[in-house]
Every structure is written in structure tokens, then in C-alpha cells.
Design a protein. Structure first.
Lengths: 187, 187
């Protein structure tokens, strides 16, 4: 890895920025890489699409502006439209399948998870959909190690909710692993 | 204002990133400007100096990398050494006077406040030193309005601590106003 650019996007209130913060923290504190996280405010902060950009590198990040993401996570339709167009060819596009309909052939490899549904129906709290999605990402891409992410999740969520959030993470992780199995079988 | 770059810096644990987040949020949501906030992780995340960069603009911020800050806030000695060297000539340097000794002539105009001491001795909680410093900044520079900051503070701090944090903000604000008065008198 020299430089990996990851964009998390969705609706304000889905915990997108927290997820981006955790991703950067996991890489920097526990995987000992260099990382920056940039969040944009703007009209999107008033309820529309929002995004957090994380840049990971083996060397200090002197240019924290995302140029072309290797990975895009989209948790809402508007976020997909606004933030996935510049995905690198062959990159990874992760979507919440209940929140997002693909309306054209994607540029990258797509993996879908009903993260919000899992959070709401299986875990009982919609607000951990972001952490379910982080677990899903950890299974599908190893730019940041799953163990680093587990530590960063524990450190970053409100006190008393650590175990619950880890449960959400593991649920997404297992779901991601099952997607990989399916893909192998279908080859 | 076309573009204003503000760097908040200090020790990990001082709430620097939260303060930077609040500053960007205030500008974007309540002053209706465009804003980005970038945080670096790295060795500094493991206890040393940390910084959050906020860029404010009347137009969308296409280049979120801080080039030369107009304002630097330093809440620790290491942060001053590491993050204040590129302050624009005539810029604003705000320091916590108990945490930072100026060891050379500064490039900008310096204003000092014992933010940590005020938080600890007067308000009883050291952890609001970051909000005291935001109030101080609001009095000395109007790039982000004080009212926008008050709203963003309320929205961003843990539930139940809103009034206390606003009290911290006002304490810093009044202190900043008194500094301006003193400067006028000495002219």
C-alpha cells in the first residue's frame, strides 16, 4: 500500500463522520499507518448527503485532498449519485442495499449489505448501521485490519455501548465474509 | 472573506478536534459559509501534539489542504513548535498562557488566555478548556460569528452539558473582549 483513498457517504445522522473518524483512527493508532480524515460541511450538513474522506498512507499524508477514491461506501441514494462517480476503475463500491438502487452499471466491484435493516431489525438500533457497514468493509478490504478497527470502535463509541457496537461490527464482518464465499462459488 | 484557514492545535485529549469540528459546523450550518475540517492522525495521535484544520470560504472548498493559516491556536508547547511556524504574517496566534511559552518573536499578533486554568479553577472541569478557547477566538476574530458558535457548541457537546459548555464559551469570550480593551488602551 502506498496510498489508499476511502470515501464514506450517506445521510446526515447516519454516523458517517464517526465511521470515517474510526477508520482513520484504526489505521493510525493500531495499524501504525498515516491517516487523515476530512469532512465537508455545506448545504449537505443541513440534512442531505454527507461524506467523510479518509486517506491512508505508509508515509505522512502531505496532500489530504481525495483525488480518486479506491473505495466508496454509499448509504443513501443521494450519496451514491453525488459521491461515487469518481471511483477508480476496479475499485470497491459498498452500498446499503435497502437505501440505494444502482441506476447504472457501476465502475467498480459492488458489494451490498442491508446494513440499516440489520441494525434495526436484528440488533434493535438503527444508529449502529454505520458500524455494521464498517465490519462489512473490514471483511472485503484489508487496507485497515479488522483488529485495528475493533479497537478503534471500542475507543470511539459512547461509554457503555462498546459491546453492542462490537456486536454490530461482527455482524457486518460475517456478512461480508459470506459475500466473499458466494463470489468464490459463483466463479 | 474569500478563504480563511484556521488551525487548532494542542495535546491529544484536550478536545482540539471537537473544537475544530464545532468551528466548521458553526460556519457551515449557522453562518452559511462553506467549510471543511481535516484532522491528521499519526504518531501525534498517540499522546503528542494534534491538530485540526478548518477552512472557511464563501465558495465550495475544492482544495481542503491548509496552505498558510490565518489563525493558529496553540494549547501546548509542542503544538506551538510544530504548528505555528507557517502562520501568515500579521496573522493571529492564540495561546494558552500556562501551557505555552513563546520562545521567539511570533510572526503574528499574539493573544494569551489561561484557558486550562479558567476551565479547571473557575469552572471546575479542565476538559472545557477547548470551549473557553473557542469563546476567546470568537471575541478576537469574526470569521465565524459568536452566535453561530454558540449554536454549534450546544449541538455538539454531550447532552446535559450544553449550559455548562456555553458558560465556558462566554467566559472565554469575555476574556477576549477584555484583551481587546487592553490593547486599545495601550495604543
Amino acid at each position: 500500500m502506498s496510498r489508499i483513498e476511502i470515501r464514506l457517504s450517506g445521510l446526515g445522522g447516519q454516523g458517517i463522520i464517526l465511521a470515517a473518524y474510526i477508520l482513520g483512527k484504526a489505521a493510525a493508532l493500531h495499524d501504525h499507518k498515516h491517516a487523515t480524515m476530512t469532512q465537508n460541511y455545506g448545504p449537505e450538513s443541513r440534512g442531505g448527503a454527507c461524506s467523510g474522506q479518509v486517506i491512508l498512507s505508509d508515509a505522512p499524508v502531505s496532500y489530504p485532498h481525495l483525488t480518486q477514491p479506491n473505495i466508496v461506501v454509499a448509504m443513501s441514494q443521494e450519496a451514491l449519485a453525488k459521491y461515487s462517480g469518481d471511483l477508480v476503475d476496479g475499485g470497491l463500491l459498498l452500498i446499503d442495499e435497502d437505501m440505494v438502487q444502482l441506476d447504472r452499471a457501476p465502475r467498480g466491484r459492488v458489494f451490498a449489505i442491508p446494513a440499516t435493516r440489520i441494525a434495526e431489525k436484528e440488533l434493535g438500533r438503527k444508529m449502529v448501521a454505520n458500524i455494521v457497514m464498517l465490519g462489512f468493509l473490514a471483511a472485503l478490504d484489508q487496507s485497515v485490519s479488522a483488529d485495528a478497527l475493533r479497537l478503534a470502535v471500542r475507543e470511539s463509541v459512547p461509554k457503555g455501548t462498546e459491546d453492542f457496537n462490537i456486536q454490530a461490527f461482527e455482524r457486518g464482518y460475517v456478512y461480508g465474509e459470506s459475500r466473499i464465499e458466494k463470489e468464490k462459488e459463483s466463479v
